[in-house]
Design a protein around this ligand. Structure first.
Ligand code: KG4
Ligand code: ZN
Length: 334
């Protein structure tokens, strides 16, 4: 079955073509993304109105690019999977309306997909991952731990009480004048820094060891930058100290959740999964306990449509379809 995936929940417009078989084998034939970082950089964060307006311009070209790379025409597509939430409602609507138009004109089924479900299943695009597995979804919008029990069956063990980890990276990069998005800049800068040079407090939630909190770490960096000590501290040292605190606060609940669920495999997914220090620390600590860590390639960690296609594939393979009057839902729960 050939599935067209469409994703536009935030600032990236993406399309992908995947081929799936009833036996569950998946092949990604293409995955195209129209990135808007250059547009939002000037504002130090995503401007929702600009994001949706640009999706209107890029969504059809990105779908054409995905089809062309896959070597297929629209009429070859057997089903469409599209993100219906959570996300920015204006952005979501562009992809969803486009999917509805295509499904109607082609006479093919369409399913609406939860964006988080896409992140949870992204590791399966490249790896053989036996279920159940534990997944840490960590991006600019989300930070949560889920047990992936089966397609469509996800059990949340913990999540952030405030900011997402990627948001903390982006806000701290902005405070430090490092530009947007901040995660990669801080990751790169930290390589030359001393992780112990600045004391950054680690937040823990009482009685909820699998939950996260990142609002305090951002405030701590802001307070440090306003202090005299900041004058004599190299940006690389501050970046490395901040990053180490965030990594600690991600690693501890994940290990807790791996033990609680006795997951043999832990998948790391979402944009922050690109972080080199997080990958190293998690792999070291979990592999020491005999667990396996899998992380998708960078292009499947950040927002993409191949993960949306795989998340819609099991329903499409069963012959299911959503009615064409489904709505976008900014706060869609998993
Ligand atoms: O999954 P994603 O592309 O979009 C969302 O759904 O949010 O994730 C983007 C987030 C941004 O906050 C970005 O700063 C962060 O991922 N990020 C990183 C790295 N690369 C991207 N954070 C830490 N280290 C990185 N290397
Ligand atoms: Zn995402």
């Amino acid at each position: 079955m050939l599935i067209l995936g469409i994703e536009s929940s935030c600032d990236d417009a993406a399309a992908a073509v995947i081929e799936t078989s009833v036996a569950g084998r998946v092949r990604v034939l293409s995955s195209a993304v129209a990135n808007q970082d250059d547009i939002h950089r000037a504002y130090g964060g995503i401007v929702p109105e600009l994001a949706s307006r640009n999706h209107v311009v890029t969504i059809l070209p990105v779908i054409e690019r995905a089809l062309e790379t896959a070597g297929h025409r629209l009429s070859d597509i057997d089903g469409i999977a599209v993100t219906r939430g959570p996300g920015l409602v204006g952005s979501l609507l562009v992809g969803l309306m486009c999917a509805k138009g295509l499904a109607h004109s082609l006479g093919r089924p369409m399913v609406g997909v939860n964006h988080i479900e896409g992140h949870l299943l992204a590791p399966m695009l490249e790896h053989e991952v036996a279920m159940p597995y534990l997944a840490l979804v960590v991006s600019g919008g989300h930070t949560a731990l889920f047990v992936v029990e089966d397609f469509g069956r996800y059990r949340r063990l913990g999540s952030t009480r405030d900011d997402a980890a990627g948001e903390a990276f982006d806000k701290v990069a902005k405070l430090m004048g490092l530009g947007y998005p901040g995660g990669k800049v801080i990751d790169d800068l930290s390589r030359a820094g001393n992780r112990k040079s600045v004391r950054v407090p680690r937040a823990r939630i009482r009685n909820a060891p699998m939950d996260f909190s990142f609002s305090g770490v951002k405030t701590a960096v802001a307070a440090f930058l306003a202090s005299e000590a900041a004058q004599t501290t190299a940006p690389a040292d501050l970046a490395a100290s901040f990053q180490e605190a965030v990594v600690d606060m991600l690693v501890r609940p994940t290990i807790e959740a791996a033990r609680a669920s006795d997951a043999q495999t832990v998948a790391l997914t979402g944009g922050v999964a690109a972080n080199s220090r997080l990958r190293t620390r998690l792999a070291e600590l979990l592999e020491a306990e005999g667990r396996r860590v899998v992380a998708p390639s960078l292009k499947y960690c950040t927002d993409n449509a191949a993960m949306i296609a795989i998340a819609g594939s099991y329903r499409l393979l069963r012959g299911e379809a959503d009615p064409l009057d489904i709505d976008a839902q900014a706060n869609l729960a998993l």
